[in-house]
Design a protein around this ligand. Structure first.
Ligand code: PPS
Length: 285
């Protein structure tokens, strides 16, 4: 452990619930064909997608999302607490991860596990991360957005470089068991995005089940749900007494925070680093 992160294979991980020993052992985790894996870079809307998946599996019944903390419903395989829950769990599992593909358990490449890679405009990820890490206790805390902007570009933030993470996982696109979903499409037309996810999972929902899912995964309802908004972790992971994962829940907030110079610099770096990927993969302005 050093400088506000646990470092493993050159990638910074959060301080709480992560150890190099566990990250090494986790690489032998065995995925099963019937598992569903949500992967994302932090602050992509991961918890929103988990809530949607839970409500798909409960057919819109909110009992599960209202009674079990979100990190127990779809545990993170890379943290020690999540791994303990997953390793003894029978039957199909919902599993979450932020780990870059090159450090991921290799069993994923041999299984038929359904993988959903969630992307979001990295500018919004940067802003969301900044406002969350300054109220949190488990990663290095930036002193200003200007400073965090530099760390983000260099990949000196939790789980490393967004650019490498996205390029790595995007290399699995086109495989039958892999679906790419964006925060932006979820925001723009949640119903259609949910139906796309249901189709991928081979699930169907009755109209009233879908309607209940849309209500219970909405920003306002999740913000009030203590099993999903992380207020149960106040005082442990979240320092601020009013702190919550649910900040604004919008697309394009970066425009309220980036300077013109930062916006131009980010555009230039994005073009350089993502040049060989088709622009239509990234549905944001
Ligand atoms: S984490 O800590 O990395 O797992 O965070 P993650 O869940 O990936 O991302 C947090 C951001 O997702 C927003 N969010 C939502 N937006 C819209 N609708 C719903 N239901 C929803 N749930 C979570 C959350 O507000 C964070 O984004 P910002 O921009 O900070 O508001």
């Amino acid at each position: 452990m050093s400088d506000g992160y646990v470092w493993f294979e050159g990638i910074p991980f959060p301080l709480v619930d992560y150890t190099p020993e566990h990250l090494r052992a986790m690489q032998n985790f065995v995925f099963k064909d019937e598992d569903v894996l949500t992967v994302s870079f932090p602050k992509s809307g991961t918890n929103w997608l988990i809530e949607i998946l839970c409500l798909i599996y409960s057919k819109g019944d909110p009992t599960w999302v209202q009674s079990v903390p979100i990190w127990e419903r779809s545990p993170w395989v890379e943290n020690t607490r999540g791994y303990q829950i997953l390793k003894d769990k029978e039957g199909p599992r919902l599993i979450t991860s932020h780990v870059p593909i090159h450090l991921f358990p290799k069993s994923i490449f041999k299984s038929k596990t359904k993988v959903i890679y969630l992307i979001r405009n990295p500018r919004d990820i940067l802003v969301s991360g900044y406002f969350f890490w300054i109220i949190s206790r488990f990663v290095k805390r930036p002193e200003s957005l200007e400073q965090y902007f530099e760390w983000f570009i260099q990949g000196h933030v939790a789980f490393g470089s967004w650019f490498d993470h996205t390029r790595g996982w995007m290399s699995m696109r086109g495989q039958e068991n892999v679906l790419i979903v964006s925060y932006e499409e979820l925001k723009q037309d949640t119903r259609s995005a949910v139906l796309k996810i249901c189709h991928f999972l081979g699930k169907t929902l009755e109209p009233e089940e879908l309607s209940s899912l849309l209500t219970h995964s909405s920003f306002q309802v999740m913000k009030e749900n203590k099993m999903s908004n992380y207020t149960l972790l106040r005082g442990w992971l979240i320092e601020d007494k009013n702190g919550s994962l649910m900040r604004k829940g919008i697309s394009g907030d970066w425009k309220n925070h980036f300077t013109v110079a930062q916006a131009e610099a980010f555009d230039r770096i994005f073009r350089e680093k993502m040049a060989d990927l088709p622009p239509e993969l990234f549905p944001w302005e």
